[in-house]
Design a protein around this ligand. Structure first.
Ligand code: SAM
Length: 278
């Protein structure tokens, strides 16, 4: 019988955030696939767990994915961990899950630390609807294209960002979204120097120009304001019906077309059209 893949979230800063279930899963797995075995070894030593480790990261994932898959198909249980946080969210675990799902292997995700959700919860931005945009490209052109595609996004937007790229990202965001757009910069979450700066894009640029950014960041940005849909009035309807009739369209067809164009009920347009001089 095939084994299973467990996705085991690990602390994003505070070691106390490892859960009992995560610990048990690491203890019971046949082997652990880790993004960086040195990083994971520190955690395992802290937990007093000894387990065979297999490295699984961006540049070996195609080859190692198959090795891991074969072991699971042969009946072993694998626990996948990333350097920090939830595996498969902006890290190579995503591909291993796809591979296992395609091979019919059971994947079990254990809930736990995740930078995107931790940041959203603490951001003070609207949390009802949000979109996670991961990392922006390092290439200026595709970074701009990514941001421009979000210009009318009304949901709260969340990005991962490295400190050395923060300033240029904020500058691009201010150009695309406008400098007064609210942003929460969530830094060093769950760590000693945890900080949430709730400000605007232009003020964030000023702050991090004076004081170069340090540590890990999640950026939570307010969505674009909802556009108020303009509701057509009876006068608009009458004017449109008249304009159409002036082109030779029958009164009946002009009313029908106006109702459709202005998204108004036909009887409303009909009544409005009664005000037009014959
Ligand atoms: N899979 C992980 C998760 O979703 O929790 C994230 C992996 S991603 C490679 C790493 C990014 O997560 C960092 O560049 C940073 O944007 C964010 N991050 C991780 N830990 C963080 C922390 N303690 N505080 C703020 N951001 C953090």
């Amino acid at each position: 019988m095939a084994g299973m893949l467990y996705l085991v979230p690990t602390p994003i800063g505070n070691l106390g955030d490892i859960s009992i279930r995560c610990r048990q899963t690491l203890e019971q797995a046949d082997f652990i696939a880790a993004e960086d075995t040195r990083v994971s070894l520190k955690l395992l030593n802290h937990l007093g767990i000894k387990k065979p480790l297999v490295s699984y990261y961006e540049h070996n994932k195609d080859f190692k994915g198959n090795v891991i898959l074969d072991r699971i198909l042969a009946g072993e249980t694998c626990a996948l961990v990333s350097d920090a946080g939830s595996p498969a969210i902006s890290d190579p675990g995503e591909d291993l899950v796809k591979q296992c799902a395609a091979a019919g292997i059971t994947v079990c995700a254990i809930p736990g630390p995740c930078a995107v959700i931790t940041a959203l919860s603490i951001s003070g931005q609207s949390t009802g609807r949000f979109c996670f945009e991961g990392f922006l490209s390092t290439a200026k052109k595709s970074r701009r294209e990514h941001l421009e595609a979000l210009v009318n996004e009304t949901r709260t937007m969340i990005f991962y960002e490295a400190p050395h790229k923060l300033l240029s990202t904020l500058e691009d965001m201010a150009e695309v979204f406008g400098g007064d757009r609210p942003i929460s910069l969530c830094r060093e979450l769950t760590k000693l120097h945890e900080e949430v700066v709730r400000t605007t894009l232009v003020e964030a640029i000023a702050k991090y120009t004076d004081q170069p950014p340090k540590g890990e960041f999640v950026l939570v940005i307010a969505g674009a304001p909802e556009r108020v849909k303009e509701v057509a009035t009876a006068d608009d309807a009458a004017a449109r019906v008249k304009a159409l009739m002036d082109t030779g369209i029958s009164r009946k067809d002009a009313i029908k077309q106006t109702a459709k164009e202005l998204n108004l009920p036909k009887n409303v347009v009909y009544d409005a059209a009664l005000t037009i001089d014959a």
